[in-house]
Design a protein around this ligand. Structure first.
Ligand code: SF4
Length: 700
């Protein structure tokens, strides 16, 4: 499209990428998006990053799916050599919607009748709307008859949410990101907002310019570290050691908020006993930060009038991710740095709707609004609302589902908009599992790596092709509006979910997105006060919003916590380290993550012309001294190998990556780094350890 052409319409919506939730305007001519412009939304005030501004023409890409596809008789599913796009017609034939939907319904029914509902599972998407997430989990729970429903939150902040629910009774942020403007101290740990939440990072940098003190803690030096008062480059799996040292100093030097601890928390004595021996001197050799620096940071955080903690996947994607988050929660609680503007806890949500999808119940152990599966009262409530008996057994998480497929207990799956054949850890194992399913239906906009292993592929609508609500990292419910029509026979996702539900015999009859949203309001107390009309008028409303006219609460926990006692719970954690350590055969630590120009498994951004032109090739980032000692030049091809798999990739010099570590983005299918990652899980959040495993490096 020519960006200088005159648009014939403009549509206000939100960005489809990260959890910051920037509002934007699509400029459209003849069903083509010409350009995107930042809107004056509450999270972005007109700003957009490179992805939001230039990452839109994937919707017009020639590889868009435009017809339902059915795998041809006798074509095997090959988990080792996935199909490429050119091979699609040899493996699949085009079908009508009637034929494809009938096949999906009959196969799912057959598996349910023969093996029971728990032989089925569904992965929904944090890229879909709240309404899609809500209907998807309702379909799995009421149509499949199981709680085996999950999505990429399991690979993202599941451990943070486990710790937050346990500690303060709510898995969402306590304060919006913009609150950094009111913080005296900002503590960013295990997050790289300049890359992953770029507009959010601009607010942090602005706050620093106005005088806020910034503490950045990360094994890799991020761009944000340039603005930091203190930068702690700690060893990659030593978060708990570092944080326990900070807790020790604060308690030992009596920098605690005694009144807050007494009136608002439980469990202080156990926490104090747990960190009694975690002196900075004892923890320094483990985390690699000098004791004096640990003391200085602890004092700065605890003594400030208002201090805010923000964290990302560097905290959560560990087998000790829940423990990492427990320590951060304890830091805020013992100092009383929560419940006021400019304070609190902010796990930076990754996907644009990972908060909303989790809120809507797209998780195996919770109904909508975090009502626990297995709680009799919650079960009765949803059985009444949905007019169907429900299973009281919590379902399988993402990685557990893969294990269950290979164990033969899960036989059929419905995957909407997720790409586990790229995003799961130990990919060779995950792809083998997907290929082993008796029946797999995938709903997506491209023939993703996961879709190549499907029996039926359903062509879905891209973000600008539909209307729905999306909840950003700040708990802001925002309205995404349809700007263009889907191509060919591609359909709205809500229509597809409802059609499958009807095929399974459910008498659903949602006419509009608004119908679904209205039911969600009845199911979810937190958004009860948000009307569709208000969303159309204001475009963004923060929850909790308990009654019509309620302004919503941007800052929560001002008086009490949503726990049984109203008090928060301090939970001690002990340093354990990573599940797989480097050794002689695999001497390097692999850290995976994202890069500025690409999004997650790359299915959208690698088909966005500007973004792919900037970053077209997969690269592994090495400290220059490691390249030197391995006799590797930047640009050389190297092979990376772990106990689980091997890839070939280009080497890149990066002084921000510490010696002995290698950083690789996970968005490149031709060098799928998750073939190497470790599927060991955090015992509470069931999140895999994407941020640490042992690898070997060889020059090709
Ligand atoms: Fe989109 Fe996030 Fe960039 Fe905003 S910061 S434009 S929401 S990717």
């Amino acid at each position: 499209p020519n960006a200088h052409q005159q648009a014939d319409k403009t549509i206000d919506s939100v960005c489809p990428y990260c959890g910051v939730g920037c509002q934007l305007t699509y400029h459209v001519k003849d069903n083509t998006i010409l350009r995107v412009e930042g809107q004056n939304g509450p999270a972005n005030a007109g700003r957009l990053c490179v992805k939001g501004r230039y990452g839109f023409d994937y919707v017009h890409h020639e590889q868009r799916l435009t017809h339902p596809l059915i795998r041809r008789e006798g074509v095997p599913k090959n988990p080792v050599d996935l199909l490429n796009t050119e091979q699609v017609h040899t493996a699949f034939r085009q079908a009508s919607w009637e034929e494809a939907l009938a096949l999906v319904a009959s196969k799912l029914k057959q598996i349910k009748t023969t093996h029971g509902g728990n032989a089925l599972a569904g992965f929904g998407s944090a890229k879909g709307s709240n309404e899609e997430a809500y209907l998807f989990q309702k379909l799995v729970r009421t149509g499949f008859g199981t709680n085996n429903v999950d999505h990429c939150t399991r690979l993202c902040h599941a451990s943070s949410v486990a710790a937050l629910l346990e500690g303060i009774g709510s898995g969402a942020v306590s304060n919006p990101l913009m609150d950094v403007d009111q913080a005296e101290v900002i503590f960013v740990i295990g997050a790289n907002p300049t890359v992953n939440h770029p507009v959010g990072a601009t607010w942090i940098k602005n706050a620093v310019k106005k005088g806020a003190k910034l503490i950045v803690a990360d094994p890799r030096r991020s761009d944000l570290a340039r603005h930091a008062t203190h930068f702690l480059q700690f060893k990659a799996d030593s978060d708990v050691a570092l944080l326990n040292a900070l807790l020790h100093v604060i308690i030992d030097e009596n920098l605690i908020n005694t009144e807050f601890i007494k009136t608002r928390t439980e469990g202080f004595d156990a926490l104090k006993a747990n960190v009694a021996t975690c002196t900075p001197e004892a923890m320094a050799p483990i985390c690699g930060i000098p004791a004096s620096e640990l003391r200085a940071v602890a004092r700065l955080y605890a003594k400030s009038k208002s201090a805010m903690i923000l964290w990302g996947m560097g905290i959560s994607q560990h087998t000790h991710g829940t423990d990492n988050a427990r320590c951060l929660i304890s830091l805020a609680l013992i100092t009383g740095q929560i419940g006021r503007p400019g304070t609190g806890l902010h796990p930076l949500r990754g996907q644009n709707n990972v908060q909303g999808a989790s809120d809507a119940g797209l998780i195996p152990m919770m109904y909508p609004d975090y009502q626990p599966v297995g709680n009799t009262e919650a079960q009765r409530r949803f059985e009444t609302l949905w007019n169907t008996p429900l299973s009281s057994t919590p379902g399988l998480t993402v990685v557990e589902t893969m294990q269950a497929i290979l164990a033969g207990t899960v036989k059929g799956m419905y995957i909407l908009g997720e790409n586990p054949a790229m995003s799961d850890p130990d990919l060779n194992h995950a792809r083998k599992a997907l290929a082993a399913l008796d029946f797999l239906v995938v709903q997506d906009i491209f023939l993703t790596e996961t879709a190549t292993l499907a029996d039926v592929v359903l062509p879905a609508s891209a973000f600008p092709e539909k209307t729905g609500t999306f909840t950003n990292t700040d708990r802001l419910v925002q309205l995404g509006q349809q700007a263009i029509d889907p191509p060919g026979l591609a359909r709205q996702d809500l229509w597809i979910i409802q059609s499958i539900a009807q095929g399974l015999g459910l008498s659903w009859n949602y006419q509009t997105v608004e119908d679904v949203f209205d039911e969600m309001r009845r199911a979810m107390h937190s958004i009860e006060g948000i009307t569709w009309q208000r969303l159309q008028r204001e475009h963004a409303v923060v929850y909790p919003c308990l009654h019509e006219g309620d302004a919503g609460q941007a800052v929560v926990f001002t008086e009490e916590f949503p726990t049984h006692s109203g008090k928060a719970r301090l939970v001690p954690a002990q340093y354990r380290g990573a599940a797989e350590k480097p050794d002689v055969e695999f001497p390097f630590v692999l850290i995976t993550g994202r890069q500025l120009e690409h999004w997650h498994t790359g299915s959208m951004t690698r088909r966005a012309s500007v973004l792919d032109a900037i970053e077209p090739e997969p690269t592994a980032l090495f400290n220059p001294s490691d390249l030197n000692s391995l006799n590797i030049q930047p640009g050389d091809k190297v092979s990376l190998r772990s106990r689980r798999g091997e890839i070939t990739i280009f080497a890149r010099a990066d002084s921000c990556t510490p010696q002995g570590n290698v950083f690789v983005p996970f968005c490149y299918a031709e060098a799928a780094i998750n073939k190497l990652t470790h599927a060991a899980l955090d015992p509470h959040g069931k999140i895999p350890e994407f941020k640490y495993c042992a690898i070997a490096v060889h020059k090709n």
